[in-house]
Design a protein around this ligand. Structure first.
Ligand SMILES: CC(C)(COP(=O)(O)OP(=O)(O)OC[C@H]1O[C@@H](n2cnc3c(N)ncnc32)[C@H](O)[C@@H]1OP(=O)(O)O)[C@@H](O)C(=O)NCCC(=O)NCCS
Length: 202
């Protein structure tokens, strides 16, 4: 389990199955995240059973410190050992828990996990252009806007622009792992060929 001041991120427990199933079927949240399609119980069960088996994916439950109830999840997907890149997505399940700083804390922990435990160089995501809260949360933990994908998604009857954002491994950590000759030339060990697949639950 990884801990911040007010939240932790760690493994799922059986009690999380129900809340996550409900959040994946939340139409209002889907308007901020992906094209809505109902997730049936069998599909949800297959996804649940894949957790921990698929080496290209790490999904953490988000909980308030000292509270077992799940409040959301953050997932790292498409982990690529050649490009040392991945995609990230996050959901705080209920509106009452949003806008309180929990998302930023969880993202910060998950991104640090990407550098320190997965040894990645780049983490990216796409976010709907109108999702100001998510963009602010991503920017607060080091993601930068890299591009605009015009009318790239059809959500709830409207075409939506997507913003591509990415965070690169902090330079100090990158150079520490490079041979001295390469680091002296200032060459950054970044992989920038990750896909732009939308970070929705598989
Ligand atoms: C996006 C999400 C994960 C962010 O987590 P959160 O806990 O709500 O966000 P935080 O409170 O940590 O940070 C939100 C940031 O946006 C700002 N903010 C809060 N409410 C806002 C609002 N209604 N509109 C715009 N900005 C807002 C905060 O001030 C903060 O920015 P700051 O650090 O510059 O002050 C969460 O809101 C969520 O799950 N939303 C629904 C699903 C979704 O949008 N997922 C992302 C898909 S890419």
């Amino acid at each position: 389990m990884l801990m911040a001041s007010r939240i932790t991120i760690g493994p799922f427990v059986p009690e999380d199955f129900g809340p996550v199933f409900c959040w994946m079927n939340d139409v209002a949240a889907a308007r901020l995240d992906f094209a809505y399609r109902p997730v049936d119980m069998m599909t949800h069960q297959r996804w649940w059973q894949s957790l921990g088996r698929d080496q290209t994916k790490v999904v953490f439950a988000i909980r308030k410190t000292a509270d077992l109830a799940i409040i959301g999840y953050v997932q790292i997907t498409g982990i690529n050992s050649v490009h040392r890149s991945a995609e990230i997505g996050i959901r705080i399940g209920e509106e009452k828990n949003r806008g309180r700083g929990y998302g930023k804390e969880a993202l910060r922990l998950a991104v640090e996990f990407c550098w320190n435990h997965l040894n990645l160089n780049r983490v990216q995501l796409v976010v709907f252009k109108h999702n100001d809260r998510a963009i602010r949360a991503y920017q607060a933990v080091g993601f930068r806007k890299e591009g605009l994908l015009r009318k790239a998604a059809f959500i709830g009857g409207d075409w939506v622009d997507l913003i591509l954002m990415a965070a690169l491994r902090p330079a100090q950590r990158a150079s520490r792992r490079l041979p001295a000759s390469t680091a002296a030339k200032g060459v950054a060990a970044t992989g920038d060929l990750g896909s732009t697949r939308h970070p929705v639950a598989a």
